[in-house]
Design a protein around this ligand. Structure first.
Ligand code: GRG
Length: 303
């Protein structure tokens, strides 16, 4: 599993999906047994619903870029995808973005009901901690590495990251944000977890501080590029292509890169950030083949 310079983003994502989905399916079955009734079914439904696994692919590529070689790193990726899944379940609730379609399927609160989906989302947070602890065992990492990974993952998911960004996003509905405020929303609600995926890959490989910092900087830029591309797709894609309701940002009167600067300038900014992300790796001497391919995909993706 050495760093794969010649591989396309499609290959990398497909491998990340295979490896991560197998682990998440196992956890979904286990939780279905552990948690009785519809709560267990809702947990399994949310966890096993197919995502693109971009965060998993970034984590795997980051790990390999700094010399990691074990396939068990996919368990760390599964922990990040579990946090991401909880955020999607809650994001779709009527009190947040109120959406009925996710990953091409009814959202969890539509397939079950709002209280069940709310509980399932909350239950996924400690599940993510268990998945991460199991990952550290599988990789035979020292306790300090598990502590650092947990710190990064849950800080990125908290008030300084995903929850804080989502909070600002909800408060900003119906208002026009200045670009600096929009960047803060995007870096928090979406970018922080993507950045953490890259950092966790580096920590899992027990990389040195310069390499960890370079991958974190890469993740910071690529996380923002990812949300800008999401803004563009929301305005230009169809619900069928996206597996979620297209045009939702405009319906909710959200400020986005598209509303602030238009589709073309937003696309150009995502591409600029992708180049800048790869620049951090090059400056630190971290191999950037696979991460470069993923950066290109993230800036110009069509789903
Ligand atoms: C209590 C305020 C508060 C927040 C709770 C719900 C929540 C935490 C945060 C929402 C974070 C969120 C859903 C941000 C959007 C990120 C995003 C662009 C998701 C789509 O990611 P993809 O395209 O999805 O990778 P797939 O389905 O492929 O995994």
């Amino acid at each position: 599993m050495a760093e794969a310079t010649a591989r396309s983003a499609t290959d990398l994502l497909s491998e990340a999906r295979d490896l991560t989905d197998r682990i998440l399916d196992r956890w979904a079955r286990r939780l279905g047994d552990e948690v009785p009734g519809r709560d267990g079914e809702a947990l399994a439904y949310a966890l096993a619903t197919p995502g693109k696994r971009v965060r998993a692919a970034l984590l795997l590529a980051s790990y390999r870029a700094v010399g990691g070689e074990s396939e068990a790193v996919a368990e760390v990726a599964a922990a990040v995808e579990t946090v991401h899944t909880y955020s999607l379940v809650h994001d779709d609730l009527p009190c947040m973005d109120d959406d009925a379609l996710r990953r091409g399927r009814p959202t969890t609160h539509v397939a079950f009901d709002v209280p069940t989906a709310t509980r399932a989302g909350y239950l996924l947070v400690p599940v993510a901690a268990r998945v991460l602890a199991a990952a550290a065992d599988a990789l035979a990492l020292p306790p300090a590495a598990l502590g650092r990974m947990a710190g990064e993952l849950f800080r990125s998911g908290g008030i300084q990251g995903m929850v804080g960004g989502q909070w600002l996003d909800l408060e900003a509905e119906g208002r026009t944000l200045a670009l600096a405020d929009l960047i803060a929303v995007h870096r928090g609600k979406t970018g922080a977890l993507i950045r953490a995926a890259c950092t966790l890959g580096a920590i899992a490989a027990e990389a040195g501080p310069t390499e960890v910092a370079a991958l974190t900087e890469y993740g910071e830029d690529i996380g923002l590029a990812f949300q800008i591309a999401d803004d563009v797709l929301d305005a230009t894609g169809t619900s069928e292509e996206l597996g979620k309701t297209a045009g939702r940002d405009a319906q909710l009167a959200k400020s986005t890169y598209v509303s602030v600067m238009g589709v073309d300038a937003a696309r150009a900014e995502a591409e600029r950030l992708a180049r800048q992300a790869v620049g951090h790796l090059e400056a630190a001497g971290v191999p950037s083949g696979a991460l470069g391919a993923l950066a290109g995909y993230i800036a110009s993706r069509n789903s």
